[in-house]
Design a protein around this ligand. Structure first.
Ligand SMILES: Nc1ncnc2c1ncn2[C@@H]1O[C@H](COP(=O)(O)OP(=O)(O)O)[C@@H](O)[C@H]1O
Ligand SMILES: [Mg+2]
Length: 263
């Protein structure tokens, strides 16, 4: 199953969710691919996926416009242990920006789907999208089975989530993926006790009926620390790291349930 992680607002925790959800799924025994569809390459870096200078990345795999073109571009997660065994990354570099200018080429929006064809069967692929709803996110949406929205419980975060939801509803057909749907909205970077967060959380179900996922991902400084030290949350061995890792474990359980229903 391919899951595009989207939000039309930057800094909302998309890449954090992709990285830590991949880790939680791998800990639970799943084989996971992370397709980095953001030229910032944050997910690639945080997962220590370092392609050699001459190695193909997601950008070239898309450019090829060939079935299965991504096959030789995967790099194992560099964290070691089960993470390296079970997580592969289709890494991004800044050159991925170059694909955006191809948006006007007929059929270009299908190129990531073609590149992934036959490469990720029997695996879970998490597609880490940039904050826009432009060509790169559209490449991911053409390839994906479902969209998962990450939303900070603040006005801009909710607005960004609504734009993604409406975009999928209005354009799934245009993207040649009429069955694409938003599977859920995951509240992220949640600070309980912060007035605005408590207020927005209380109203989430009304905004996104039937779509709001539990658990909420708590805001914890260790998420930044893990990202900056290029390490899994569980390696930090502090109480906050355990807490937020448990949030991601619960999220992983939801994702596995989603896969069972889809199977
Ligand atoms: N739950 C969290 N708690 C604390 N910091 C977080 C959390 N989620 C994300 N961050 C941090 O916030 C910043 C933006 O998150 P990121 O995942 O890069 O967002 P996006 O991919 O949506 O732009 C990063 O520094 C990241 O480490
Ligand atoms: Mg990101």
């Amino acid at each position: 199953m391919r899951i595009a992680v989207c939000q039309n607002k930057g800094g909302s925790g998309k890449s954090a969710m992709v990285v830590n959800l991949a880790a939680a799924l791998a800990e639970a025994g799943e084989l996971v691919d992370v397709a980095d569809v953001d030229p910032q390459g944050n997910a690639s870096r945080r997962l220590a996926a370092r392609p050699a200078a001459d190695q193909m990345t997601i950008s070239e795999a898309i450019k090829c416009d060939a079935l299965g073109a991504a096959r030789d571009a995967y790099v194992p997660c560099g964290w070691g242990g089960v993470y390296s065994e079970r997580i592969r990354v289709l890494p991004a570099r800044f050159e991925l920006e170059n694909r955006i200018s191809e948006a006007g080429t007929v059929g270009a929006v299908k190129r990531l789907k073609r590149a992934l064809a036959g490469c990720d069967d029997r695996r879970i692929t998490l597609l880490d999208c940039p904050p826009s709803l432009g060509h790169l996110t559209q490449l991911a949406m053409v390839a994906a089975d479902v969209v998962l929205i990450v939303a900070e419980p603040e006005f801009d975060g909710i607005e960004g989530a609504v734009r993604v939801l409406n975009f999928v509803r209005d354009h799934a057909d245009d993207l040649n993926n009429p069955r694409l749907r938003v599977a859920g909205v995951v509240p992220s970077r949640v600070r309980s006790g912060l007035g605005v967060h408590d207020f927005q959380i209380a109203g989430l179900d009304e905004c996104f009926p039937g779509l709001v996922w539990a658990p909420h991902i708590r805001e914890r400084a260790v998420v930044k620390a893990a990202a900056d030290s290029v390490a899994p949350l569980r390696s930090l061995r502090t109480a906050p790291a355990r807490e937020v890792a448990e949030d991601f474990d619960k999220l992983a359980a939801q994702v596995r349930k989603l896969m069972e229903v889809a199977a």
